[in-house]
Design a protein around this ligand. Structure first.
Ligand SMILES: Cc1cc2nc3c(=O)[nH]c(=O)nc-3n(C[C@H](O)[C@H](O)[C@H](O)COP(=O)(O)O)c2cc1C
Length: 173
């Protein structure tokens, strides 16, 4: 695994390497329990419709993204008249949705470990294809992040912390 992270020091010195993955097809697994839940708690009708009708419509991409042009057209027409969700249309779009959730999970995981007094390093520097093969992941999954965890080694990072000026990353409108 360390080699698949290019043998970088954060991987070499970590006690554990945790791989965070995302799968754009997993929504199918969560749909039934979510519908059961919103019906059980008697959620407002738009919420039930969202899980029952809108999610299956938006989260299916069809063979070779064949549903994407139709979904794009429907969203674009409806979008002239009211604010509307303009994504996901393609499998790639849905990967983006899954990756957002997985990245949030990665952040929570890192914060939880930090709160327990451990150190982490989130890494994007890895060979995704090799990591997937090593962990026997399905072709549809994406490796979002490899997180090195443990007690920080003196040589774990190659230099002191660097911060960009706040005004270069925050835009006030
Ligand atoms: C998307 C992303 C990819 C990163 N990839 C790597 C990596 O491959 N190797 C590494 O040493 N640091 C990598 N970093 C930087 C570390 O995760 C960094 O230490 C972390 O963001 C926390 O920074 P801080 O300790 O300065 O707060 C990456 C950061 C981000 C946001």
């Amino acid at each position: 695994m360390i080699e698949h992270c290019f043998s970088q020091s954060a991987a070499r010195t970590a006690k554990e390497l945790i791989v965070i993955s995302a799968d754009p097809g997993l929504w199918r697994r969560s749909q039934a329990p979510l519908i059961e839940y919103v019906e059980k708690i008697k959620a407002p009708k738009p919420v039930v419709l969202y899980y029952k009708k809108l999610i299956p419509l938006m989260y299916r991409w069809g063979i070779f993204n064949s549903l994407a042009p139709l979904k794009w057209l429907m969203a674009t027409i409806a979008g002239f008249f009211r604010p509307i969700s303009r994504s996901p249309f393609t499998r790639r779009d849905l990967q983006e949705v899954a990756i957002k959730s997985a990245a949030l999970a990665a952040e929570n995981f890192v914060l939880a470990l930090t709160a327990q007094g451990f150190q982490t390093c989130m890494m994007e520097g890895f060979d995704e294809w090799r990591v997937k093969r090593l962990l026997k992941m399905s072709w549809s999954e994406r490796v979002v992040m490899v997180v090195g965890c443990g007690e920080a080694a003196p040589d774990g990072t190659w230099g002191p912390r660097f911060r960009l000026p706040l005004e270069s990353v925050v835009k006030e409108v």
